[in-house]
Every structure is written in structure tokens, then in C-alpha cells.
Design a protein around this ligand. Structure first.
Ligand SMILES: Cc1cc2nc3c(=O)[nH]c(=O)nc-3n(C[C@H](O)[C@H](O)[C@H](O)COP(=O)(O)O)c2cc1C
Length: 171
């Protein structure tokens, strides 16, 4: 899949098929995270793979905005070091890399940020020094992912030369 096609076709899903994802895909997703860039190459992020059904259900129970993760084939908890002012920007890059690489293998995903922090820290042994920035749930989509992205038109969000100036690109 070419990169633009991956970006343009990927939708966030929360309905997953009851079908395991091969370990090699999980590994590729984690490798994509590891290979992502970070501010001053600090690589402060850490990742916890959760692929045990019981643990995924516990994760769902500890979530306020991602209950759907209970049906995912696996999840990655993304931890970042809040001492770096750019730590969430780095997390965003990691998450995009993981989601696009998964999508290349037909594995859909969605992110959530609403969590019961204390319970998650205790259950997954997460040190206080790291922020639980997001959780990403992955799995094969339950139904075919068709549909259009609900996005603002390009002329509304992109300008040329100066804020508010329309694009004058040929196509
Ligand atoms: C920073 C961020 C936080 C998000 N938090 C949640 C969340 O807590 N729960 C959830 O179900 N989806 C969450 N999402 C998913 C967004 O709702 C989704 O990316 C957006 O609706 C676009 O989806 P689409 O690409 O399928 O159109 C989050 C996305 C981002 C980028």
C-alpha cells in the first residue's frame, strides 16, 4: 500500500473481528514505534503490549472513553516522559507510525486517552515518572472499512505564504 493511500483510506475503528493478529504484525507495529523520530532523539517513550484477552478486558474496565478496547486483538499503552515539553508530539508520531504500519496489513486501530490512571499504573506496573499518554487498540475490522473521512476541505485548513491566503497550486 502506498503511503498516501494508507493515510487516506485509514479510518479509526472500534468494532473488531474476533480474529487473532499474528505476532509478526504485532512486532512490526512495535518496531514502527521504536523507529519513530523523537525530539532531540530522546526516545523517552516506552510501550506496553497487551494481547491477553483477560488483560484487554481489564484495560477496557479502566477506560472512560475506550471501552471498545475489550474487543481488540491487542493494545499498546504509550508512555512518555512529561519532563520533555514535546513528549505528546512524540507520542503522536509514534501512534501514527504504528497505525499506518498496522493498516498495511489490514489491521485497524483507534486511540483513546480517557483512563483511570491509578488503576492502570497499579495493574501494569507503570512508574510515576512516565505519563500514560494514550492507549491504541488494534484488530482486524469487524466489517469492511468503507466510508469517507469527515474532514474540512483543504482550502479551509491550508494557506499559502500567509495565514488566510488561498492556495494557488496547479493540479
Ligand atoms: C488525540 C486523540 C484522542 C482521541 N481520543 C479518543 C478517545 O478517547 N476515544 C475514542 O473512541 N476515540 C478517540 N480518538 C479517535 C478520534 O475520535 C478519531 O481519530 C477521529 O474521530 C477521526 O476518525 P476517522 O479517521 O475515522 O475519521 C482520539 C483521537 C485523537 C487524535
Amino acid at each position: 500500500m502506498d503511503v498516501f493511500k494508507a493515510v487516506s483510506s485509514r479510518l479509526e475503528i472500534r468494532e473488531f473481528a474476533d480474529k487473532p493478529v499474528p505476532d509478526e504484525v504485532k512486532l512490526r507495529v512495535l518496531e514502527a514505534a521504536r523507529l519513530s523520530p523523537s525530539g532531540v532523539n530522546t526516545q523517552h517513550w516506552r510501550f506496553i503490549l497487551v494481547d491477553d484477552k483477560k488483560a484487554l478486558r481489564e484495560l477496557a474496565d479502566m477506560s472512560t472513553t475506550g471501552k471498545w478496547v475489550g474487543d481488540a486483538a491487542f493494545a499498546v499503552i504509550v508512555l512518555t516522559d512529561p519532563k520533555y515539553p514535546f513528549h505528546r508530539l512524540d507520542a503522536g508520531r509514534v501512534i501514527s507510525s504504528m497505525q499506518l504500519v498496522a493498516w498495511e496489513d489490514g489491521v485497524g486501530s483507534r486511540i483513546y486517552t480517557g483512563i483511570d490512571e491509578q488503576r492502570m499504573r497499579g495493574r501494569f506496573g507503570i512508574p510515576q515518572s512516565l505519563e500514560i499518554t494514550a492507549v491504541v487498540g488494534f484488530g482486524y475490522p469487524k466489517r469492511r472499512v468503507l466510508g469517507r473521512k469527515n474532514r474540512l476541505p483543504l482550502e479551509k485548513v491550508a494557506f499559502q505564504g500567509r495565514y488566510g491566503e488561498p492556495l494557488s497550486l496547479k493540479h
